[in-house]
Design a protein. Structure first.
Length: 322
């Protein structure tokens, strides 16, 4: 303390209040000695173990299966099969980190976009597959399952969805859907043979021969017709039938929508498509309830050509947009 007083006396601060100088120096030395013995603390285990990092771990025994993608018909629009069913194959691509073979069950529904996956099956708008089959895998985590649906020819055209649910050995699931479309199908079926029976030259068929036209597509249709002789248009143009001897002229074969219409009032067949006026066939909506319209045909064996023998011709029916 005597040294401190001596420093103060001999310093250039003699004019300053000695008590203030003394107090300032005292506080400085006090703080210095207090903090000199305190170590600096850092993160992680230090010498004083105030902080310590501990590793954590868990064994995840099951990962949920994940649907990566769903596609149908290789991503192309679906064209149905006229008058029958078409097998539509949809691929469900799945990933499971427990291994591809951990997925043990896949089911799916195929339905028109205005309907719901939970709706009952209906040939027009909804199909179900409760037993999809495993297709292929990458040997690790990815596996493809195939879900097939036998869609009837009158299933609605437009946008469709396929909804799939996958299940693994731990009974964990994933659900997702993909989009596809069904194209319009203009198709028809007709009575196989228009048989006028036996006629002599100058005779006209008395009874009209019925030829039924059935809608085999998924949209309403109109119908057009044209004809030629024999079974080759190249050789039979201009004729209704080619006979063993000479031929029957094209205009001598005629049609109508009324079985009672007389020959002279019926419509002559031509060599190019002509719409049948008044015919429109709606699409089928119920199993076995075919949508059918009837046409009626008569033939006159003309004296001008004086044909003889077996005669054959072709009538072409075409489905058209209404």
């Amino acid at each position: 303390m005597r040294k401190l007083n001596l420093i103060i006396k001999n310093s250039r601060y003699q004019g300053i209040n000695k008590n203030k100088i003394f107090l300032t120096l005292f506080v400085f030395f006090l703080v210095f000695f207090i903090f000199k013995g305190i170590p600096v603390t850092s993160w992680g285990p230090g010498t004083n173990y105030k902080n310590y990092s501990v590793r954590s771990t868990v064994n995840v025994t099951n990962a949920y299966p994940e649907i990566i993608n769903i596609s149908c018909n290789n991503g192309q629009a679906i064209t149905l099969t006229a008058g029958s069913t078409k097998s539509i194959n949809c691929t469900v691509k799945i990933r499971d980190y427990n291994g591809w073979d951990d997925v043990n069950y896949v089911n799916s529904t195929f339905y028109y976009y205005l309907n719901a996956s939970s709706d009952p099956d209906d040939n027009n708008v909804h199909y179900t597959n409760t037993s999809c089959s495993q297709a292929n895998n990458d040997g690790q985590y990815l596996v493809n399952w195939t879900c097939s649906f036998d869609a009837w020819y009158y299933a609605n055209n437009g946008s469709w969805r396929v909804n799939a649910t996958v299940n693994d050995s731990y009974a964990t699931k994933d659900n997702d859907y993909g989009n596809t479309s069904i194209s319009s199908l203009l198709a028809l079926n007709v009575t196989e043979l228009i048989n006028f029976g036996d006629l002599a030259v100058t005779e006209t068929s008395v009874s009209a021969v019925q030829a039924n036209v059935t809608n085999f597509g998924n949209v309403p249709i109109n119908v057009s017709v044209y004809g030629f002789g024999g079974n080759s248009e190249a050789t039979g143009v201009g004729y209704a039938m080619l006979c063993d001897v000479r031929n029957i002229t094209l205009s001598n074969e005629r049609y109508d929508l009324n079985s009672a219409t007389l020959y002279d009032s019926m419509i002559p067949l031509t060599g190019s498509y002509v719409p049948i006026s008044g015919i429109k066939i709606l699409k089928q909506t119920q199993p076995g309830a075919y949508m059918i319209n009837s046409t009626y045909w008569r033939l006159h064996v003309n004296l001008t050509n004086n044909p003889f023998g077996i005669c054959n011709g072709t009538v072409v029916f075409s489905a058209e947009n209404p």
